[in-house]
Design a protein around this ligand. Structure first.
Ligand code: NAD
Length: 365
């Protein structure tokens, strides 16, 4: 039977609980964050995207900077610490990510590992009380996405997805055109994104990648089509193309075509492949058209509409994207590209695979 608490033991227990709360990861993070004008970022996974895009971008950002890394190679971590001028004590291994909780120089953990590892790395970052940016695709399954969103909610931290194109002026213009009446609304969308994948890569390992080109690059077509339709799809049909290199693409598709039906009869035809270079986007409707070609590169996007060609200053997408997220966190506002958006796209990807497997029309409620 529970014993009534004496006043003294109540006070002792309450003080203990307060002390625990005061040293909880979330409390430590919030109190150090409040004093900052620039947030510290730890990159998890020092592969090509971290090395050639995110690290250089973090030299240009105004509201965040690189303060730590998580890597399987201590030697690589030391090189990064020297090059980017953070202490060697801020080098972590994937298995020691919980120690990030004690590092006040880290506010945001940016997960840049293969998608099959995103969930465990996001959960570890959240358990350390840190905000998280997770690369696309968010995860191989909706169930993983739900667990990642729940982990960050429980930790009281924000979860953002690395949708760099959300912050690119050409794609922002697409959003503006889609909701306006000078060029939009659009009724027909046509888009493709693909490249030729060479030697062995985690991208052909289903457990690590979650699928083939669809979650890797087809996701850009899918995402832009939702922006142009200004809605989420209500039904999907899809077909996988016969493999030209079946001995290489054993676990994942080599190329896949799909259509998305949106409310009000809007239709998007999309293609993706690991065997063909494709990079375009076109939306049209009764008032005009909007076209991007190339549409999804890091740099050098080109666009035109029925009103003439588009010309925006070149931005480093990764820098504006990380700054927008850091600014939102500093202002205690929701991030612009939250986990829920990543989850929506993973749900559509699951429906595309189901449509291709069954040959049926899959409806999304
Ligand atoms: P990469 O193979 O170059 O790097 C992956 C990193 O993860 C490496 O440092 C590797 O050592 C590490 N890793 C840890 N455990 C691993 C394991 N079990 N197997 C393989 N690698 C492991 O890949 P990348 O191209 O840098 O892609 C990383 C993430 O970034 C992916 O989610 C990818 O979709 C995403 N990405 C996004 C963009 C974009 O434009 N937003 C561009 C490229 C990649």
């Amino acid at each position: 039977m529970p014993q009534p608490l004496s006043r003294r033991s109540f006070v002792t227990r309450a003080a203990g609980a307060l002390a625990v709360a005061a040293f909880s990861p979330a409390f430590l993070r919030a109190s150090s964050e409040a004093k900052k004008s620039r947030l510290g970022v730890a990159l998890v996974g020092l592969g090509s995207y971290s090395t050639y895009e995110l690290a250089p971008a973090l030299r240009e950002t105004e509201f965040c900077h690189l303060t730590a890394v998580v890597t399987g190679s201590r030697e690589k971590g030391v090189k990064w610490a020297r090059r980017h001028k953070f202490p060697e004590s801020s080098i972590y291994h994937y298995d020691t990510m919980h120690d990030l909780a004690r590092n006040p120089d880290v506010d945001i953990v940016y997960v840049v590992t293969p998608p099959g590892l995103h969930r465990q790395h996001v959960e570890r970052a959240a358990a350390a009380g840190k905000h998280v940016i997770c690369e696309k695709p968010m995860a191989p399954s909706v169930a993983d996405c739900d667990a990642m969103i729940a982990a960050c909610k429980q930790a009281g931290t924000q979860l953002a997805i690395g949708y760099r194109l959300h912050y690119d002026p050409y794609h922002q213009e697409l959003v503006r055109a889609a909701v306006g009446t000078d060029i939009g609304p659009f009724t027909k969308i046509d888009t493709a994104h693909g490249f030729t994948l060479g030697g062995y890569n985690w991208r052909i390992d289903k457990a690590l990648a979650g699928g083939g080109p669809l979650p890797d690059v087809g996701i850009y077509s899918l995402h832009a089509a939702c922006m142009a339709a200004n809605a989420d799809p209500i039904a999907i049909t899809a077909s996988e193309n016969p493999k030209q290199r079946p001995d290489f693409f054993i676990e994942v598709e080599e190329s896949i075509n799909w259509t998305m039906e949106f409310p009000n009869g809007v239709r998007a035809s999309c293609r993706t492949s690991y065997n063909e270079g494709m990079n375009h986007f076109r939306a049209e409707g009764p008032n005009g058209f909007f076209e991007l070609d190339p549409a999804f590169y890091y740099r050098g996007l080109q666009g035109r509409t029925s009103k003439g060609s588009l010309k925006f200053p070149e931005v480093r997408q990764q820098a504006v994207h990380m700054d927008a997220i850091a600014k939102a966190i500093l202002a205690n506002r929701p991030v612009p590209t939250p986990g829920e958006l990543g989850r929506r796209d993973v749900r559509i990807i699951e429906a595309i695979y189901e449509a291709a497997r069954t040959g049926g029309r899959i409806t999304l409620g």
